[in-house]
Design a binder for this molecule. Structure first.
Ligand code: SAM
Ligand code: SF4
Length: 432
Protein backbone atom coordinates (compact mmCIF):
# COMPACT_ATOMS: atom_id res chain seq x y z
CA UNK A 1 0.00 0.00 0.00
CA UNK A 2 2.86 2.35 0.80
CA UNK A 3 4.61 1.47 -2.44
CA UNK A 4 1.46 2.38 -4.33
CA UNK A 5 0.99 5.60 -2.35
CA UNK A 6 4.51 6.56 -3.46
CA UNK A 7 3.56 5.82 -7.08
CA UNK A 8 0.58 8.14 -6.75
CA UNK A 9 2.61 10.89 -5.08
CA UNK A 10 5.27 10.70 -7.81
CA UNK A 11 2.57 10.80 -10.52
CA UNK A 12 0.92 13.82 -8.90
CA UNK A 13 4.23 15.70 -8.71
CA UNK A 14 5.16 14.83 -12.31
CA UNK A 15 1.80 16.27 -13.37
CA UNK A 16 2.74 19.45 -11.48
CA UNK A 17 5.88 19.81 -13.58
CA UNK A 18 8.42 18.19 -11.26
CA UNK A 19 10.93 15.73 -12.72
CA UNK A 20 12.12 12.61 -10.96
CA UNK A 21 15.82 11.88 -10.44
CA UNK A 22 17.49 8.54 -9.75
CA UNK A 23 19.52 9.48 -6.67
CA UNK A 24 18.45 11.51 -3.62
CA UNK A 25 21.76 13.40 -3.91
CA UNK A 26 20.52 14.88 -7.21
CA UNK A 27 17.12 15.95 -5.87
CA UNK A 28 16.05 19.40 -4.72
CA UNK A 29 13.03 17.90 -2.97
CA UNK A 30 13.34 14.62 -1.06
CA UNK A 31 10.16 12.97 0.23
CA UNK A 32 10.31 9.98 2.58
CA UNK A 33 7.26 7.77 2.61
CA UNK A 34 7.19 6.03 5.96
CA UNK A 35 5.70 3.07 7.84
CA UNK A 36 5.07 2.92 11.57
CA UNK A 37 3.42 -0.49 11.83
CA UNK A 38 6.29 -1.66 14.04
CA UNK A 39 8.84 0.27 16.06
CA UNK A 40 11.75 -0.93 13.91
CA UNK A 41 10.27 0.60 10.75
CA UNK A 42 9.81 3.89 12.57
CA UNK A 43 13.40 3.97 13.88
CA UNK A 44 14.67 3.44 10.33
CA UNK A 45 12.99 6.66 9.21
CA UNK A 46 14.87 8.83 11.70
CA UNK A 47 18.11 7.07 10.85
CA UNK A 48 17.60 7.74 7.12
CA UNK A 49 16.67 11.36 7.80
CA UNK A 50 19.98 11.88 9.60
CA UNK A 51 21.91 10.58 6.59
CA UNK A 52 20.96 13.59 4.49
CA UNK A 53 20.99 16.22 7.19
CA UNK A 54 24.14 17.86 5.79
CA UNK A 55 22.42 18.39 2.44
CA UNK A 56 19.77 20.63 3.98
CA UNK A 57 22.19 23.56 4.01
CA UNK A 58 22.57 23.22 0.24
CA UNK A 59 18.99 24.25 -0.40
CA UNK A 60 17.47 20.78 -0.44
CA UNK A 61 13.92 20.51 0.86
CA UNK A 62 12.91 17.46 2.92
CA UNK A 63 9.45 16.09 3.57
CA UNK A 64 8.14 13.15 5.57
CA UNK A 65 5.00 11.39 4.35
CA UNK A 66 3.00 8.40 5.55
CA UNK A 67 2.27 6.87 8.91
CA UNK A 68 5.27 8.17 10.87
CA UNK A 69 4.38 11.67 9.65
CA UNK A 70 0.79 11.24 10.78
CA UNK A 71 1.78 9.74 14.13
CA UNK A 72 4.64 12.07 15.09
CA UNK A 73 3.25 15.23 13.44
CA UNK A 74 5.13 18.40 14.30
CA UNK A 75 7.44 16.50 16.68
CA UNK A 76 9.32 15.50 13.50
CA UNK A 77 10.42 19.15 13.10
CA UNK A 78 12.01 18.92 16.57
CA UNK A 79 13.77 15.61 15.97
CA UNK A 80 14.82 16.48 12.42
CA UNK A 81 14.85 20.30 12.06
CA UNK A 82 15.89 20.10 8.40
CA UNK A 83 12.43 18.71 7.52
CA UNK A 84 10.00 21.25 6.04
CA UNK A 85 6.92 19.18 5.20
CA UNK A 86 5.05 16.57 7.24
CA UNK A 87 1.95 14.95 5.75
CA UNK A 88 -0.09 11.84 6.45
CA UNK A 89 -1.74 9.83 3.70
CA UNK A 90 -5.18 11.38 4.30
CA UNK A 91 -3.70 14.73 3.16
CA UNK A 92 -2.03 13.66 -0.08
CA UNK A 93 -4.69 15.34 -2.21
CA UNK A 94 -3.36 18.60 -0.73
CA UNK A 95 0.31 17.88 -1.55
CA UNK A 96 0.57 20.19 -4.61
CA UNK A 97 -0.88 23.01 -2.54
CA UNK A 98 1.56 22.34 0.33
CA UNK A 99 4.50 22.37 -2.08
CA UNK A 100 3.34 25.72 -3.47
CA UNK A 101 3.42 27.05 0.10
CA UNK A 102 7.02 25.84 0.48
CA UNK A 103 8.01 27.40 -2.84
CA UNK A 104 6.41 30.66 -1.67
CA UNK A 105 8.89 30.67 1.20
CA UNK A 106 6.95 28.98 4.01
CA UNK A 107 9.49 27.25 6.21
CA UNK A 108 7.17 24.54 7.52
CA UNK A 109 3.93 23.03 6.25
CA UNK A 110 1.85 20.19 7.58
CA UNK A 111 -1.01 18.01 6.39
CA UNK A 112 -2.19 16.10 9.42
CA UNK A 113 -6.00 16.14 9.27
CA UNK A 114 -7.77 12.78 9.35
CA UNK A 115 -11.33 14.01 9.04
CA UNK A 116 -11.52 13.41 5.33
CA UNK A 117 -14.20 11.63 3.37
CA UNK A 118 -11.96 11.46 0.32
CA UNK A 119 -9.73 8.70 -0.94
CA UNK A 120 -6.48 9.74 -2.67
CA UNK A 121 -8.00 9.34 -6.08
CA UNK A 122 -5.58 10.73 -8.62
CA UNK A 123 -5.49 10.35 -12.39
CA UNK A 124 -1.70 10.72 -12.15
CA UNK A 125 0.14 7.60 -11.06
CA UNK A 126 3.70 6.77 -12.13
CA UNK A 127 3.70 2.98 -11.90
CA UNK A 128 6.98 1.17 -11.23
CA UNK A 129 5.95 -2.13 -12.80
CA UNK A 130 4.83 -2.17 -16.45
CA UNK A 131 2.83 -5.40 -16.12
CA UNK A 132 1.23 -5.54 -12.65
CA UNK A 133 -0.60 -2.49 -11.34
CA UNK A 134 -2.00 -1.67 -7.91
CA UNK A 135 -5.39 -0.05 -7.52
CA UNK A 136 -6.48 1.28 -4.13
CA UNK A 137 -10.18 0.58 -3.61
CA UNK A 138 -10.52 1.53 0.05
CA UNK A 139 -8.39 3.60 2.39
CA UNK A 140 -8.17 3.78 6.18
CA UNK A 141 -9.58 1.31 8.69
CA UNK A 142 -12.61 1.30 11.00
CA UNK A 143 -11.46 -1.68 13.07
CA UNK A 144 -9.58 -1.18 16.31
CA UNK A 145 -7.25 -4.12 16.76
CA UNK A 146 -5.59 -3.56 20.12
CA UNK A 147 -2.03 -3.63 18.77
CA UNK A 148 -2.44 -1.56 15.60
CA UNK A 149 -1.63 2.05 14.71
CA UNK A 150 -3.33 2.02 11.31
CA UNK A 151 -6.67 3.50 12.46
CA UNK A 152 -4.67 6.40 13.98
CA UNK A 153 -2.37 6.94 11.02
CA UNK A 154 -4.62 6.29 8.03
CA UNK A 155 -7.92 7.52 9.37
CA UNK A 156 -11.42 6.13 8.88
CA UNK A 157 -12.49 3.89 6.01
CA UNK A 158 -13.23 5.59 2.67
CA UNK A 159 -14.22 3.49 -0.34
CA UNK A 160 -13.79 4.77 -3.89
CA UNK A 161 -16.77 4.61 -6.19
CA UNK A 162 -16.96 1.44 -8.28
CA UNK A 163 -17.11 3.64 -11.36
CA UNK A 164 -13.76 5.24 -10.59
CA UNK A 165 -12.14 1.86 -9.77
CA UNK A 166 -13.49 0.32 -12.98
CA UNK A 167 -12.38 3.32 -15.03
CA UNK A 168 -8.84 2.98 -13.66
CA UNK A 169 -8.82 -0.79 -14.26
CA UNK A 170 -10.05 -0.38 -17.84
CA UNK A 171 -7.48 2.30 -18.62
CA UNK A 172 -4.74 0.05 -17.19
CA UNK A 173 -5.88 -2.77 -19.49
CA UNK A 174 -5.75 -0.34 -22.43
CA UNK A 175 -2.19 0.60 -21.46
CA UNK A 176 -1.21 -3.08 -21.65
CA UNK A 177 -1.35 -4.09 -17.98
CA UNK A 178 -2.56 -7.66 -17.62
CA UNK A 179 -2.49 -8.04 -13.84
CA UNK A 180 -4.08 -5.81 -11.25
CA UNK A 181 -4.03 -5.95 -7.48
CA UNK A 182 -6.86 -4.37 -5.51
CA UNK A 183 -5.58 -2.78 -2.33
CA UNK A 184 -6.94 -1.77 1.05
CA UNK A 185 -6.31 -2.36 4.76
CA UNK A 186 -9.53 -4.32 4.71
CA UNK A 187 -10.75 -4.84 1.15
CA UNK A 188 -13.65 -6.98 2.38
CA UNK A 189 -15.42 -4.01 3.91
CA UNK A 190 -15.40 -2.21 0.53
CA UNK A 191 -18.76 -0.58 -0.05
CA UNK A 192 -19.37 1.43 -3.22
CA UNK A 193 -20.49 4.89 -2.03
CA UNK A 194 -22.38 5.49 -5.30
CA UNK A 195 -26.01 4.47 -5.96
CA UNK A 196 -24.72 1.27 -7.57
CA UNK A 197 -23.75 0.05 -4.07
CA UNK A 198 -21.44 -2.81 -5.10
CA UNK A 199 -19.88 -4.91 -2.35
CA UNK A 200 -16.36 -6.31 -2.59
CA UNK A 201 -17.32 -9.65 -4.17
CA UNK A 202 -19.20 -7.82 -6.94
CA UNK A 203 -16.33 -5.41 -7.59
CA UNK A 204 -13.95 -8.37 -7.74
CA UNK A 205 -16.09 -10.26 -10.22
CA UNK A 206 -16.55 -7.16 -12.41
CA UNK A 207 -12.84 -6.28 -12.58
CA UNK A 208 -12.14 -9.86 -13.67
CA UNK A 209 -14.43 -9.38 -16.68
CA UNK A 210 -12.42 -6.47 -18.10
CA UNK A 211 -11.02 -7.40 -21.49
CA UNK A 212 -7.21 -7.73 -21.42
CA UNK A 213 -6.97 -8.37 -17.67
CA UNK A 214 -5.62 -11.88 -17.07
CA UNK A 215 -5.07 -11.80 -13.32
CA UNK A 216 -6.74 -9.99 -10.43
CA UNK A 217 -5.37 -10.18 -6.88
CA UNK A 218 -6.48 -8.47 -3.70
CA UNK A 219 -5.08 -7.73 -0.27
CA UNK A 220 -5.71 -7.56 2.69
CA UNK A 221 -8.75 -9.48 3.85
CA UNK A 222 -10.10 -9.19 7.37
CA UNK A 223 -11.61 -12.52 8.51
CA UNK A 224 -14.61 -10.85 10.13
CA UNK A 225 -15.76 -9.34 6.80
CA UNK A 226 -14.62 -12.22 4.60
CA UNK A 227 -17.83 -13.65 3.16
CA UNK A 228 -18.62 -16.73 1.09
CA UNK A 229 -19.50 -14.76 -2.12
CA UNK A 230 -15.80 -13.83 -2.38
CA UNK A 231 -14.96 -17.53 -2.72
CA UNK A 232 -17.84 -18.06 -5.12
CA UNK A 233 -16.42 -15.24 -7.27
CA UNK A 234 -12.97 -16.92 -7.27
CA UNK A 235 -14.58 -20.24 -8.13
CA UNK A 236 -16.50 -18.56 -10.95
CA UNK A 237 -13.68 -16.90 -12.88
CA UNK A 238 -10.07 -18.14 -13.20
CA UNK A 239 -8.94 -14.54 -13.84
CA UNK A 240 -9.34 -14.10 -10.07
CA UNK A 241 -6.15 -15.55 -8.62
CA UNK A 242 -6.69 -18.46 -6.29
CA UNK A 243 -4.76 -16.92 -3.44
CA UNK A 244 -6.26 -15.45 -0.27
CA UNK A 245 -4.18 -13.70 2.37
CA UNK A 246 -6.27 -14.01 5.52
CA UNK A 247 -4.36 -12.79 8.58
CA UNK A 248 -5.32 -14.80 11.67
CA UNK A 249 -2.81 -13.17 14.10
CA UNK A 250 -3.31 -15.87 16.76
CA UNK A 251 -4.80 -19.34 17.14
CA UNK A 252 -5.90 -18.70 20.71
CA UNK A 253 -9.48 -17.71 21.33
CA UNK A 254 -8.46 -15.70 24.42
CA UNK A 255 -5.69 -13.81 22.61
CA UNK A 256 -7.97 -13.03 19.64
CA UNK A 257 -10.43 -11.55 22.09
CA UNK A 258 -7.80 -9.39 23.77
CA UNK A 259 -6.55 -8.34 20.34
CA UNK A 260 -10.11 -7.14 19.58
CA UNK A 261 -10.04 -9.02 16.28
CA UNK A 262 -13.84 -9.49 16.24
CA UNK A 263 -13.79 -13.19 15.26
CA UNK A 264 -13.24 -16.43 17.15
CA UNK A 265 -10.94 -19.24 16.21
CA UNK A 266 -14.01 -21.28 15.13
CA UNK A 267 -15.32 -18.49 12.91
CA UNK A 268 -11.90 -18.21 11.29
CA UNK A 269 -11.78 -21.98 10.74
CA UNK A 270 -15.18 -21.84 9.03
CA UNK A 271 -13.73 -19.48 6.43
CA UNK A 272 -10.77 -21.81 5.96
CA UNK A 273 -13.22 -24.66 5.39
CA UNK A 274 -15.04 -22.65 2.68
CA UNK A 275 -11.72 -22.23 0.90
CA UNK A 276 -10.64 -25.85 1.33
CA UNK A 277 -14.02 -26.94 -0.08
CA UNK A 278 -13.81 -24.56 -3.06
CA UNK A 279 -13.63 -26.00 -6.57
CA UNK A 280 -10.31 -24.26 -7.16
CA UNK A 281 -7.17 -25.00 -5.18
CA UNK A 282 -6.97 -21.77 -3.17
CA UNK A 283 -3.58 -20.94 -1.62
CA UNK A 284 -4.03 -19.51 1.87
CA UNK A 285 -1.43 -17.28 3.52
CA UNK A 286 -1.52 -15.37 6.79
CA UNK A 287 0.05 -12.98 9.31
CA UNK A 288 0.82 -14.05 12.88
CA UNK A 289 1.83 -11.92 15.86
CA UNK A 290 3.80 -13.81 18.52
CA UNK A 291 4.29 -12.54 22.07
CA UNK A 292 1.14 -10.40 22.27
CA UNK A 293 0.76 -9.18 25.92
CA UNK A 294 -0.51 -12.02 28.09
CA UNK A 295 0.09 -14.75 25.45
CA UNK A 296 0.75 -17.88 27.51
CA UNK A 297 2.69 -20.92 26.40
CA UNK A 298 -0.67 -22.68 25.94
CA UNK A 299 -1.96 -19.79 23.77
CA UNK A 300 1.15 -19.99 21.65
CA UNK A 301 0.75 -23.78 21.31
CA UNK A 302 -2.76 -23.18 19.98
CA UNK A 303 -1.33 -20.90 17.30
CA UNK A 304 1.24 -23.54 16.32
CA UNK A 305 -1.49 -26.19 16.17
CA UNK A 306 -3.76 -23.97 14.08
CA UNK A 307 -0.93 -23.40 11.59
CA UNK A 308 -0.19 -27.12 11.39
CA UNK A 309 -3.87 -27.87 10.86
CA UNK A 310 -4.35 -25.27 8.10
CA UNK A 311 -0.94 -25.73 6.47
CA UNK A 312 -0.56 -22.19 5.11
CA UNK A 313 1.36 -21.81 1.86
CA UNK A 314 3.39 -19.07 3.55
CA UNK A 315 3.11 -16.59 6.40
CA UNK A 316 4.52 -13.39 7.80
CA UNK A 317 5.42 -13.77 11.47
CA UNK A 318 5.83 -10.62 13.57
CA UNK A 319 7.03 -10.20 17.15
CA UNK A 320 4.53 -7.98 18.94
CA UNK A 321 5.75 -4.39 18.92
CA UNK A 322 4.42 -1.69 21.29
CA UNK A 323 2.77 1.09 19.33
CA UNK A 324 1.75 4.53 20.57
CA UNK A 325 -1.94 5.23 21.33
CA UNK A 326 -2.94 1.55 21.02
CA UNK A 327 -4.94 -0.19 23.78
CA UNK A 328 -2.47 -3.10 24.07
CA UNK A 329 0.16 -0.66 25.30
CA UNK A 330 -1.75 -0.46 28.59
CA UNK A 331 -2.16 -4.23 28.93
CA UNK A 332 -0.17 -6.01 31.67
CA UNK A 333 1.98 -9.09 31.09
CA UNK A 334 4.17 -7.81 28.30
CA UNK A 335 6.34 -10.67 27.07
CA UNK A 336 10.13 -10.31 27.30
CA UNK A 337 11.91 -9.82 23.96
CA UNK A 338 13.89 -13.09 24.25
CA UNK A 339 10.67 -15.05 24.75
CA UNK A 340 9.08 -13.39 21.71
CA UNK A 341 12.16 -14.37 19.71
CA UNK A 342 11.97 -17.96 20.99
CA UNK A 343 8.33 -18.25 19.90
CA UNK A 344 9.11 -16.58 16.57
CA UNK A 345 11.85 -19.13 15.84
CA UNK A 346 9.71 -22.11 16.84
CA UNK A 347 6.87 -21.03 14.57
CA UNK A 348 9.25 -20.18 11.74
CA UNK A 349 10.80 -23.65 11.95
CA UNK A 350 7.42 -25.41 11.95
CA UNK A 351 6.21 -23.31 9.03
CA UNK A 352 9.38 -24.06 7.07
CA UNK A 353 8.66 -27.79 7.39
CA UNK A 354 5.06 -27.20 6.24
CA UNK A 355 6.23 -25.21 3.21
CA UNK A 356 8.81 -27.87 2.25
CA UNK A 357 6.07 -30.50 2.40
CA UNK A 358 3.43 -28.46 0.58
CA UNK A 359 5.75 -27.18 -2.13
CA UNK A 360 6.92 -30.74 -2.89
CA UNK A 361 3.35 -31.60 -3.93
CA UNK A 362 3.71 -29.16 -6.87
CA UNK A 363 6.53 -31.21 -8.45
CA UNK A 364 5.28 -32.76 -11.67
CA UNK A 365 2.52 -30.18 -12.13
CA UNK A 366 2.32 -27.72 -15.01
CA UNK A 367 1.65 -24.20 -13.78
CA UNK A 368 0.99 -21.02 -15.72
CA UNK A 369 3.30 -18.21 -14.66
CA UNK A 370 3.36 -14.48 -15.25
CA UNK A 371 7.04 -13.79 -15.97
CA UNK A 372 8.32 -11.01 -13.70
CA UNK A 373 12.04 -10.89 -14.42
CA UNK A 374 15.30 -12.67 -15.13
CA UNK A 375 17.86 -13.64 -12.49
CA UNK A 376 21.33 -13.07 -13.94
CA UNK A 377 23.04 -15.04 -11.14
CA UNK A 378 21.01 -18.22 -11.62
CA UNK A 379 20.27 -17.58 -15.31
CA UNK A 380 16.61 -18.37 -14.71
CA UNK A 381 13.43 -16.54 -15.52
CA UNK A 382 11.37 -15.53 -12.48
CA UNK A 383 7.70 -16.45 -12.74
CA UNK A 384 4.73 -16.09 -10.43
CA UNK A 385 1.89 -18.60 -10.32
CA UNK A 386 -1.75 -17.63 -9.79
CA UNK A 387 -1.30 -18.85 -6.21
CA UNK A 388 1.43 -16.22 -5.82
CA UNK A 389 4.24 -18.75 -5.66
CA UNK A 390 7.63 -17.90 -7.13
CA UNK A 391 8.46 -20.41 -9.88
CA UNK A 392 11.94 -19.93 -11.37
CA UNK A 393 12.46 -21.63 -14.68
CA UNK A 394 14.77 -22.13 -17.60
CA UNK A 395 14.01 -22.28 -21.28
CA UNK A 396 16.78 -23.70 -23.52
CA UNK A 397 15.10 -22.06 -26.54
CA UNK A 398 15.09 -18.65 -24.84
CA UNK A 399 17.90 -18.77 -22.28
CA UNK A 400 18.02 -15.05 -21.45
CA UNK A 401 16.67 -11.64 -22.48
CA UNK A 402 18.38 -10.49 -25.69
CA UNK A 403 17.82 -8.18 -28.62
CA UNK A 404 15.34 -10.82 -29.80
CA UNK A 405 13.13 -9.88 -26.88
CA UNK A 406 12.21 -11.07 -23.42
CA UNK A 407 9.72 -13.31 -21.71
CA UNK A 408 9.11 -10.68 -19.01
CA UNK A 409 5.46 -9.69 -18.98
CA UNK A 410 4.38 -12.85 -20.81
CA UNK A 411 2.34 -15.78 -19.51
CA UNK A 412 3.75 -19.22 -20.08
CA UNK A 413 3.44 -22.81 -18.84
CA UNK A 414 6.15 -24.31 -16.69
CA UNK A 415 6.65 -27.90 -15.56
CA UNK A 416 7.64 -27.89 -11.89
CA UNK A 417 10.68 -30.14 -11.43
CA UNK A 418 12.04 -29.08 -8.03
CA UNK A 419 10.78 -27.42 -4.86
CA UNK A 420 12.26 -25.68 -1.84
CA UNK A 421 10.78 -24.05 1.25
CA UNK A 422 10.22 -20.69 -0.45
CA UNK A 423 10.02 -21.33 -4.17
CA UNK A 424 9.58 -23.79 -6.99
CA UNK A 425 11.79 -24.42 -10.02
CA UNK A 426 11.10 -25.91 -13.41
CA UNK A 427 11.34 -25.95 -17.19
CA UNK A 428 9.23 -24.02 -19.64
CA UNK A 429 6.85 -26.17 -21.65
CA UNK A 430 5.52 -25.00 -24.95
CA UNK A 431 1.76 -24.67 -25.40
CA UNK A 432 0.23 -27.96 -26.61
N1 SAM B 1 -5.29 -4.78 7.83
C1 SAM B 1 -4.59 -6.00 7.83
C2 SAM B 1 -5.26 -6.98 8.79
O1 SAM B 1 -6.10 -6.65 9.54
O2 SAM B 1 -4.86 -8.12 8.78
C3 SAM B 1 -3.12 -5.89 8.14
C4 SAM B 1 -2.52 -4.60 8.43
S1 SAM B 1 -0.89 -4.51 9.03
C5 SAM B 1 -0.26 -3.32 7.94
C6 SAM B 1 -0.01 -5.92 8.55
C7 SAM B 1 0.37 -6.83 9.68
O3 SAM B 1 1.24 -6.20 10.57
C8 SAM B 1 -0.79 -7.28 10.56
O4 SAM B 1 -1.54 -8.30 9.97
C9 SAM B 1 -0.08 -7.72 11.81
O5 SAM B 1 0.25 -9.09 11.77
C10 SAM B 1 1.20 -6.88 11.80
N2 SAM B 1 1.17 -5.90 12.89
C11 SAM B 1 0.36 -4.84 13.00
N3 SAM B 1 0.61 -4.18 14.16
C12 SAM B 1 1.60 -4.86 14.78
C13 SAM B 1 2.29 -4.69 16.02
N4 SAM B 1 2.00 -3.69 16.85
N5 SAM B 1 3.26 -5.58 16.33
C14 SAM B 1 3.56 -6.60 15.50
N6 SAM B 1 2.95 -6.80 14.33
C15 SAM B 1 1.98 -5.95 13.96
FE1 SF4 C 1 -4.87 -2.72 11.86
FE2 SF4 C 1 -6.84 -4.34 12.54
FE3 SF4 C 1 -7.28 -2.32 10.82
FE4 SF4 C 1 -5.84 -4.44 10.06
S1 SF4 C 1 -7.99 -4.44 10.64
S2 SF4 C 1 -5.34 -2.28 9.75
S3 SF4 C 1 -4.75 -4.96 11.92
S4 SF4 C 1 -6.74 -2.15 12.97
Amino acid sequence: MNAHDSEKVVGTLLAEGYTQVDEPELAELVLYNTCSIRDKAEQKVFHRLQQFKREAGKGKVFGVLGCVAQQEGERIFERAPHVSLVAGSASYTRLPEMLVQLEAGNRRVTGLGLDTEEAFDTPYTRRDNPHRAYITIIEGCDKSCAYCVVPFTRGPERSRTSESVMREARSLAELGYTEIQLLGQNVNSYRDPSAQGWDFATLLAKTAEISGIRRVRFTTSHPRDFVKPIIDAIDGNPVLCNHVHLPVQSGSRAVLKRMQRLYTRDEYMRRIEWMKNARRDIAITTDIIVGFPGETEADFDETVRLCEQIEYESMFIFKYSRRPNTPALEYGDHIPEEEKTRRFLILQERQRAIQIRRNSTYVGRIEEVHVEGFNLATEQWIGRTTQHKTLNFSDPAFPAPSQNGTLVGQYTNVLVTRSGPNSLAGERVKAQ
